[in-house]
Design a protein around this ligand. Structure first.
Ligand code: PNW
Length: 488
């Protein structure tokens, strides 16, 4: 018996996402300045294989073909980020016309092909000069960000309506300043909280200033969601541990913009570390109400437990299996007796589990807690893909992951979550941060020797999703995969 596939709601945006440092390359071209990721990659033992973004996918030179490829796939939307050091090399002062022209060309071509551009202003590539002056520990960086954001709206606000200030402030602050596994590689739990607060403040201030330039734009904040569940739901200590992780990972990055408060449990839970005096009077007023939508980046779910004797052999830092535990510090201030347990089931090449039910639950949770429109701004999986003798990349695991998660999104929308779109991570294989090029998230394969793009089966599957506005069965891939495969 066949059932009619569920359709995406009318007007639902289906697309793919990337980020500047992960795909552009051209780091010394077009007047681009240095970013903290250039520095981090040049520091020994920070990135697997000593990889860096110098060439990446060479999108800086191949952007036209890349947009053509998106058109052929039928994408409604493309989420990309602007490299701040490309448009304002030092992070303050002069803007760089050549850098601005690069993004103008990209936006114009997307629009000419009927693809809706979504801009992210900050996907982690802070200009190095700002880091040298204290980075996100300094309120001067907050002001610099506002200036940069306003200028970008002046340049592109007439053409682009959907804007993101920050991609995953939790990662920028807690992995970059807490764990030390991302740039700038600092490892201090209190610095992580300070950086997080300043990122939130920068969002609030930039929101106000950007709206003053163009009240029509819709400004969101994109959060990587952790979906902690207590290891033993009947154990109150495990439930508390899970609530602490939820507050640090999720609520801390939306409650200020809805209620004008930080989650109540954070202060007592971190009182042994800080008195939170870095939150100045009036800061939270500059956040309350200042968000139009929330982005949800979802990959995996998390099992959390209390352990007075943390560090036992059976403990696994499952969510941090992507190298975040390589840093000297912690990504979770106040986690002295909290640990992440390896969830059951198959794991992706990142060591992350596969749990579409947690995406479904998280979308409904964000809907309940914020009432705002939601975009799934990233979702995808890394696998050790191979090119078969006939040139096909039969990434059945990625297709199955996509199918299951797209269905979870449709179900959440049908149950009332105001989900407006889904952006697959990622359009193509790219520089996976501390994992370098070793982990492949693309629905299109990139050959890093020739820079050729080759559609994986997941790209054909996604093209079919776009054509039918529904989720086809993963088994049907052979019916719509091209032979010979599309290459660019
Ligand atoms: C996101 N975690 O990063 C980023 O937005 C992308 O740039 C990245 O390529 C993608 O996910 C895949 O990693 C994350 O610790 C980093 O849970 C860390 C976590 C989640 C997402």
């Amino acid at each position: 018996m066949t059932t009619t596939p569920q359709k995406f709601p009318d007007g639902f945006l289906l697309g793919a996402a990337t980020a500047s440092y992960q795909i552009e390359g051209g780091v010394n071209e077009g007047g681009r300045g240095r970013s903290i990721w250039d520095t981090f990659c040049a520091t020994p033992d920070k990135v697997v294989g000593g990889d860096n973004g110098d060439v990446a996918c060479d999108h800086f030179h191949r952007w036209q073909e890349d947009v053509d490829m998106m058109e052929e796939m039928g994408l409604d939307a493309y989420r990309f980020s602007i490299a701040w050091p490309r448009v304002q090399p030092g992070g303050t002062g002069e803007f760089n016309a050549e850098g601005i022209d690069f993004y103008r060309g990209l936006i114009d071509r997307l629009k000419a092909k009927g693809i809706t551009p979504l801009i992210t202003l900050y996907h982690w590539d802070l200009p190095q000069e700002l880091e040298d002056e204290g980075g996100w520990l300094s309120r001067d960086t907050v002001d610099a960000f506002v200036t940069y954001a306003v200028r970008m709206v002046e340049e592109f606000g007439a053409d682009v309506l959907t804007w993101t200030t920050f991609n995953e402030p939790w990662v920028s602050s807690f992995v970059g300043y807490g764990a030390g596994a991302h740039a700038p590689g600092r490892a201090d739990a209190v610095e992580a909280l300070i950086a997080a607060h300043h990122l939130n403040l920068a969002h609030g201030r930039a929101y106000q200033a950007m709206k003053a330039v163009n009240p029509d734009i819709q400004i969101g904040l994109v959060n990587n969601c952790h979906t902690p569940r207590p290891w033993d739901p009947s154990n109150p200590k495990d439930r508390e541990a899970s609530a602490h992780i939820d507050a640090l990972a999720n609520t801390m990055f939306h409650e200020p913009f809805i209620e004008g408060t930080y989650p109540a449990i954070l202060k007592p839970n971190t009182a042994h570390l800080t008195d939170w005096s870095f939150v100045h009077e009036g800061d939270l007023d500059e956040m309350k109400g200042r968000v139009d939508w929330f982005g949800v980046n979802y990959y995996a779910s998390h099992l959390v437990r209390f352990n007075a004797h943390k560090g036992t052999p059976e403990s696994e830092v499952a969510t941090l299996a992507d190298g975040h535990k390589a840093g000297a510090g912690t990504a979770w201030p106040g986690d002295e007796q909290i640990e992440f347990m390896m969830p059951p089931g198959k794991l992706t090449a990142m060591g992350w589990n596969i749990d579409p039910s947690a995406l479904h639950a998280h979308l409904l949770k964000i809907h309940r807690e914020t009432g705002k429109p939601i975009y799934v701004t990233e979702n995808g999986s890394a696998w050790d893909d191979v090119v078969d003798a006939d040139g096909r990349v039969r990434d059945a695991d990625r297709v199955a992951y996509l199918e299951a998660h797209l269905k979870a999104v449709i179900n959440a929308a049908e149950e009332g979550a105001d989900v407006r779109g889904y952006l697959a991570w990622s359009l193509m294989d790219n520089f996976e941060w501390a994992q370098g090029y070793a982990k492949r998230f693309g629905i299109v394969r990139v050959d890093y020797d020739t820079l050729e793009r080759r559609w994986k089966d997941s790209a054909y599957f996604y093209r079919e999703v776009l054509r039918t506005r529904a989720v086809p069965s993963a088994d049907a891939v052979d019916e719509f995969a091209d032979t010979p495969p599309r290459t660019f």
